[in-house]
Design a protein around this ligand. Structure first.
Ligand SMILES: Nc1ncnc2c1ncn2[C@@H]1O[C@H](COP(=O)(O)OP(=O)(O)OP(=O)(O)O)[C@@H](O)[C@H]1O
Length: 256
């Protein structure tokens, strides 16, 4: 069972302390949402969890320091969906999704039947089969986001780290994205996703990490974490909280 552990992780970019001494133990089967205001350090923490940015402290993947692991091993273990990725090559959608299998391929080898199955499965799950023959650079923003999620799913890694996977998705596809990530966690994977929607976080995640100014200010069950006090403190907003059969959070007013 995979485990990803941040031990007092700090990241400095330029002269800015962007992530400050964040500790968290993330386990297989969890769907963890990383929330927080713009600039709070969420993407940087996600990158630090993958060993993509130099950090102080330690990130441990299954008990080993990620900084010491070969990139290919990390790429097989953690599928990464970066924020707002731009596509530069006019590949077909199917070929783009197939790139998700790269961490599994030996140099100069061809994709196997198992790779083909993984690609087909990822495209089916992300419901992008209909786009298979389209040129990826000609897709709409939302179509591109769904195809890139399919590429990350095609890795079939035990961990998925997705940075704003819901950006530019319509409400139905946002739900679909959350359902996919929920299902991945239910299948025993660790899913870590950065996003902003408080209601989707409340409904789908097992656990929320909230960053503010680079610090981890809350870590727990969504219902315990998303309180009026936290929203006031972290986002500077007041919100209306639904109850009973009508749960949900409606941001109402800026407080500062
Ligand atoms: N290369 C860099 N050099 C200096 N500062 C940087 C660099 N990259 C990011 N930052 C700063 O680090 C802070 C955290 O950035 P990060 O992208 O992690 O935030 P975020 O929480 O993901 O924000 P958002 O919700 O807007 O995507 C921001 O203040 C940003 O301006």
């Amino acid at each position: 069972m995979v485990e990803l552990v941040a031990e007092q992780v700090s990241v400095t970019l330029g002269r800015r302390a962007v992530v400050r001494s964040v500790s968290a133990r993330l386990r297989a089967g969890e769907f963890v949402g990383i929330l927080g205001p713009n600039g709070a350090g969420k993407s940087t923490l996600a990158r630090a969890l993958l060993g993509l940015v130099p950090s102080e402290g330690a990130v441990m993947l299954d008990g080993e320091r990620i900084a010491t692991l070969p990139r290919k091993q990390i790429a097989r273990t953690i599928a990464y969906l970066p924020q707002g990725q731009t596509l530069h090559w006019p590949l077909s959608v199917e070929r783009l999704v197939a790139l998700g299998r790269l961490p599994h391929l030996a140099p100069y080898s061809r994709i196997s039947a198992a790779d083909r199955e993984a690609i087909a499965r990822a495209m089916r799950v992300a419901e992008v089969d209909a786009l298979a023959g389209r040129i990826a650079t000609e897709l709409s923003g939302g179509e591109r986001a769904r195809v890139l999620l399919a590429r990350a799913l095609a890795v079939e890694a035990p961990v998925l780290v997705a940075d704003e996977p819901l950006a530019s998705l319509d409400p139905a596809h946002q739900l679909q994205g959350m359902e996919i990530m929920r299902a991945e966690a239910d299948a025993g994977r660790l899913v870590v996703a950065v996003f902003h929607d408080l209601n989707l976080a409340m409904r789908f995640c097992d656990r929320l990490l909230v960053l503010d100014g680079g610090r981890l200010v809350a870590d727990g069950n969504p219902c315990d974490v998303l309180t009026p006090d936290l929203l006031a403190e972290v986002y500077g907003i007041s919100a209306m909280f639904g109850t009973g059969e009508r749960p949900g959070i409606v941001p109402m007013q800026r407080l500062r």
